[in-house]
Design a protein around this ligand. Structure first.
Ligand code: IVH
Length: 684
């Protein structure tokens, strides 16, 4: 006879297994079990749910159908919080061999070792340069994955982690532990990172380094996009464990392959400081050949007993230390310094270098930031220079090697006129970055159009850098609204274009007329107004006319909008050329009003005049449904809690918004109370 407790556990396991199979079937298109086996599991779950209706998981796969939505590259601002049962600590750093010895001395003292006693057993692993993740298995089923966050509360990234091929959804083996939380680093291999960036194309969308790309992928809301990016997780530790007792790194690394994980790429034992240093030298030498980035070694005292004896400091264990590598450096020649013009007119110097391999990546350019920086470093054209890369795509020039100068080097003078349009260079007050003020400067135009067309902005399919170059140099496009006046026949005459591709471009432009107002606002390229700020602004200023007449004070009321952003927005809309451009875009038919905003302000109802924020998972309504209910009742829905919020509608796993609401004394209600309010008000 099975007890109720067993049944409830079985329900949970079945639910997780079915989620996993749904995911493999619908999203990865790579099922692991037959349809018949799937049906058997589903029926078993439905049987149990009939027995225990009060314990049905609202998210149960028994009442879900497959995923049918279109893939959308959308990165979450905030994900549901996950509290770590065992805090995810960080590591103390040793920047040099001497600091390693100091750590080892403290360990010896902590373990009360006599002077003549040998060092304790230690293990050595790579320090992977990625993002820490915790992966929780219950009865062998992957049920939750989370980021480290502040060490106590992370963010839930289960769906993205389920797409990672090196993370088994079900642990292999006969008797999995009841609970095992594995911790490791999510990384992207260098080659995959470069391929991902190459595919992303335009400068704005490039990931700075593999670590950022891994972090961005974990935050992907669409698992199908996450699945296209080959993340790996390398496990290096254990959080909570029940029904198993892993007591050393050796224990862990022996279990991992049996459960279906890859063997860890590097694991050594060491029993003295000398051994550690010699391993350090070896790995430092060969790290450039590794397929992924590491930024040092992690040394851990092995064995649960010793670790317990050593204990913790505030944020890091005393039993482990990260022995960091210096950043990758090479020398090469500084061939030239060229000045680039950005879309805002900023003039930035860029070092052109003789191509050199640094840590597996070919480097031929390095940002120099501003003229002062060149002066400070004392760089001359023709210098041999030290260049370094700490994981970044655009590396840095550290310094010239003055001893190698032969007198042929030339001083660099920042141009007095814009290298593209020849207008005099302007130095804004209190800024080190010189500007070209000519709004008609072709590079600025190019930059603005590229920004307008970018994926995160209006996402104009097929309008890439090369086509923009042609459109701008042919004088066909000077402002974004010119795009909407393009004619197929004329576009078809451009290089590498034909009737069909021209028609596609015009059709793609037509589609942008359906993009939400916030995307257009972001696309306009107002200084300091990125994707998120644009959304927040649109939530309070529903249409372009309201926004254009908003004062600095009004804008500053918006959450996350400070004086600099507010001033930048009002300044932007005060320009005559901008106002004309807005009218042209309006005539072209672009959306200049937030969806549903008419209803939001017009509807009369029980929630009239109230501003509501939604947080957490509601028992019955999806967020969109809740939003509809509130708007229909006359309320307004905004994204973040502020002084002007009247109600917080909170569901399960409500996080920082709930805290903020409580702090500000905002009334918090649940879904039931929301229904109550609406039906009370409507009762005769
Ligand atoms: S052990 C309590 N091992 O480094 C020990 N961490 O600054 C916690 N990391 O957040 C971590 N490789 O993401 C450990 N082999 C390794 C590691 C590793 C990379 C990361 C980890 C952590 C950070 C600590």
């Amino acid at each position: 006879m099975s007890s109720e407790k067993d049944d409830l556990r079985r329900m949970r396991v079945l639910g997780a297994q079915l989620h996993q199979h749904n995911f493999r079937y619908h999203i990865l298109d790579d099922p692991q079990i037959s349809d018949a086996e799937y049906d058997r599991l589903l029926r078993e779950l439905q049987q149990l749910e009939k027995h225990y209706p009060e314990s049905i998981d609202p998210d149960s796969p028994s009442h879900k159908v497959g995923a049918t939505w279109e893939p959308e590259d959308f990165v979450a601002d905030r994900l549901p919080p996950v509290e770590h049962a065992v805090p995810m600590l960080s590591l103390e750093n040793a920047m040099a061999p001497e600091e390693l010895q100091e750590w080892l001395n403290r360990v010896r003292k902590g373990l009360e070792l006599d002077d003549d006693a040998p060092d304790p057993p230690m293990t050595v692993e790579y320090k992977f340069d990625g993002v820490a993740v915790s992966i929780l298995y219950e009865d062998g089923v992957l049920v939750q994955a989370a980021t480290r966050g502040d060490g106590f509360t992370g963010e839930e990234v289960t769906s993205a982690v389920r797409t990672i091929r090196s993370v088994p959804g079900l642990l292999r083996g006969e008797t999995p532990p009841t609970t095992i939380e594995l911790r490791g680093e999510a990384i992207l291999k260098t080659a995959d990172f470069e391929a991902l960036n190459a595919a992303r194309g335009d400068d704005e969308n490039l990931f700075a380094n593999p670590r950022n790309a891994a972090a961005g992928t974990l935050r992907q809301l669409d698992p199908r996009i996450a699945a296209q990016r080959p993340l790996d997780v390398i496990i290096y530790g254990v959080g909570q464990q029940h029904g198993i007792d892993l007591r050393s790194q050796q224990d862990l690394f022996e279990m991992l392959p049996r459960w279906g994980f890859d063997a860890t790429p590097f694991f050594r034992k060491a029993s003295s400081g000398e051994e550690l240093l010699s391993l350090y030298e070896d790995v430092l030498e060969s790290r450039g050949e590794l397929p992924f980035e590491i930024d040092g070694l992690v040394i851990k005292v092995d064995g649960a007993k010793l670790r317990e004896k050593l204990g913790m400091r505030a944020r890091s264990p005393r039993w482990a230390v990260a022995l960091k590598f210096p950043p990758h450096q090479e020398t090469t020649r500084l061939l030239d310094i060229q000045v680039q013009v950005g879309r805002t007119g900023a003039l930035t110097p860029v070092a052109h270098l003789e191509p050199v391999q640094i840590g597996g990546v070919t480097v031929s350019r390095a940002g120099l930031h501003n003229p002062k920086e060149i002066e400070r470093k004392g760089l001359m054209i023709g210098d041999t220079v030290v260049v370094q890369r700490a994981g970044d795509v655009i590396p840095q020039v550290v310094k010239p090697v003055e001893s190698l100068r032969d007198g042929s080097e030339q001083e660099f003078h920042f141009p007095k006129t814009c290298p593209v349009c020849d207008e005099p260079v302007w130095y804004p007050e209190e800024e080190v970055i010189p500007h070209c003020q000519n709004l008609q400067c072709p590079d600025q135009i190019r930059g603005r159009i590229e920004h307008f067309a970018a994926r995160r902005a209006l996402d104009i399919d097929g309008l890439g850098e090369k086509l923009i170059d042609q459109l701008v140099s042919e004088g066909m496009v000077k402002t974004p609204s010119d795009l909407y006046r393009l004619e197929t026949a004329r576009v078809a005459t451009l290089d590498r274009m034909a009737q069909k591709s021209a028609e596609n471009l015009i059709a793609a432009l037509e589609q942008t007329k359906q993009r939400p107002f916030a995307r257009l606002l972001h696309a306009l390229g107002i200084r300091h107004v990125g994707e998120r700020v644009a959304e927040l602004i649109v939530e309070s200023q529903h249409d372009i006319d309201t926004l254009m007449s908003a004062s600095v004070e009004t804008l500053e009321q918006i959450d996350e909008v400070g004086p600099a952003i507010a001033a930048s927005v009002t300044d932007f809309f005060s320009r005559e050329s901008v106002r004309q451009e807005i009218e042209s875009l309006r005539d072209a038919g672009l959306k200049m009003k937030a969806e549903g905003s008419a209803r939001a302000t017009d509807a009369e109802g029980p929630l009239s005049g109230l501003t509501v924020v939604i947080t957490g998972t509601l028992p019955n309504l999806s967020r969109d449904e809740a939003k509809d209910v509130i708007i229909a009742a006359g309320g307004k829905v905004t994204a973040s809690v502020s002084k002007s919020t009247d109600l917080l509608l909170a569901g399960d796993k409500a996080g920082s918004k709930l805290e903020k609401a409580e702090k500000l004394g905002v009334e918090v209600i649940d879904e039931d109370q929301l229904r109550q309010r609406i039906s009370d008000a409507q009762a005769p």
